[in-house]
Design a protein around this ligand. Structure first.
Ligand code: HEC
Length: 146
């Protein structure tokens, strides 16, 4: 009998410890955003961005006046003019490329019938290409909108 008490105690303790371990497994500590963290959109290469703008034929729908030239290859462009868009934040420009927008920053332009008409580029535009396109719109298109 004398020996049974410590044994029962050990068993209880062992159960308690494994129970605690199980409880910990069931609700692990949640990750949290580190203090001081914030997202800033990366800087890209505006020259590469300009080449992409031409290669991907963004100008087919968007006229853009640059300090020395104008990309407006096709008449009847359906999208807003992107001239002067350098005043907009990079995050806005990026989001308008990767997520359909029903609002537009260009003065006097309204999205037709409230439905975004720009195609979805997300399946073939790389992250780096997005960064460079934004750099082009941010730094290349410096002429004020007309
Ligand atoms: C088929 C025509 C078309 C093509 C091609 C096109 N867009 Fe658009 N884009 C639009 C339209 C239309 C809008 C206005 C929002 C809407 O209706 O989707 C727009 C909106 C935008 C906006 C946001 C304008 C604002 O004021 O919020 C940006 C920036 C933009 N496009 C960049 C691009 C880039 C970069 C490309 C090439 C990778 C491109 N677009 C290709 C039609 C086009």
């Amino acid at each position: 009998m004398k020996r049974r008490i410590p044994y029962a105690l050990t068993l209880t303790l062992a159960l308690l410890v494994s129970g605690l371990a199980l409880a910990q497994q069931a609700s692990p500590a949640k990750p949290s955003v580190p203090k001081g963290w914030s997202f800033t959109f990366p800087d890209g290469n505006q020259d590469t961005g300009k080449q992409l703008f031409i290669k991907m034929e963004c100008y087919a729908c968007h006229t853009i006046k640059l300090p020395k030239e104008s990309l407006a290859a096709r008449p009847g462009n359906v999208g807003p003019k992107l001239t002067g868009y350098s005043v907009l934040p990079k995050d806005y420009l990026a989001s308008s490329i990767i997520k359909a927008h029903t609002v537009v920053a260009a003065p006097g332009y309204t999205v037709k019938e409230g439905k975004a008409a720009m195609g979805n580029y997300n399946h073939f535009l790389t992250v780096q290409e997005l960064i460079d396109l934004v750099a082009f719109l941010k730094h290349g298109a410096t002429t004020p909108a007309k």
